[in-house]
Design a protein around this ligand. Structure first.
Ligand SMILES: [Zn+2]
Length: 180
């Protein structure tokens, strides 16, 4: 059975150096937590080097986020690029009678069914990684946010307290030190 969200990449995998591309538009129907105002649209390109499958792309959408300070809904444009690499094993069929190139399956984050890329899973992952960590409504952190005031929410930026951010930086440095 052919699924819409599977992209057969044999054309690229069996012909290293050959570029293939698709245009995509999806509402991400399986995503209950994300409120997309516009479909997620963009394109993906793929090319195989022989032992790596390179997948790049660009996407844009518009979604409703929640203000980190007051919880008010905010519509925001999101654009992001994708740049992924997947290891390939086997000899491309263009060079071999009895072999073919295969994407090495990743057991933790399966994004392929054999040589078919699960497109929605990939671009969904890209979207989640590119959502702003802290969305803010037009009132920002400094302005008088009527919503935040109404709810008696008192929150401060970390940078408003220099001691705290210095400590945080020191801690980050300490965490990077290799174990002795
Ligand atoms: Zn707000």
């Amino acid at each position: 059975m052919k699924r819409d969200d599977l992209w057969d990449l044999n054309e690229a995998l069996q012909h290293p150096g050959k570029h293939v591309a698709i245009d995509l538009s999806t509402e991400l129907p399986q995503e209950a937590d994300l409120d997309l105002v516009q479909p997620l649209e963009g394109f993906l390109e793929a090319v195989s080097t022989g032992n790596l499958l390179l997948v790049t792309g660009e996407f844009k959408t518009r979604c409703v986020l929640e203000c980190s300070r007051c919880g008010a809904p905010i519509e925001q444009d999101i654009t992001y690029e994708m740049d992924e690499q997947f290891p390939v094993e086997g000899i491309p069929s263009v060079y071999a009678q009895d072999d073919y190139a295969r994407v090495v399956p990743d057991e933790d984050y399966p994004l392929f069914e054999e040589n078919n890329l699960m497109v929605e899973a990939l671009i969904r992952q890209g979207l989640l990684l590119n959502l702003p960590m802290q969305a803010l409504c037009i009132h920002g952190w400094e302005g008088t946010c009527p919503e935040a005031g109404k709810r008696g929410i008192q929150m401060k930026k970390e940078s408003e307290n220099p001691h705290f951010s210095d400590l945080a930086q020191l801690k980050a440095l300490a965490d990077e030190e290799p174990e002795a």
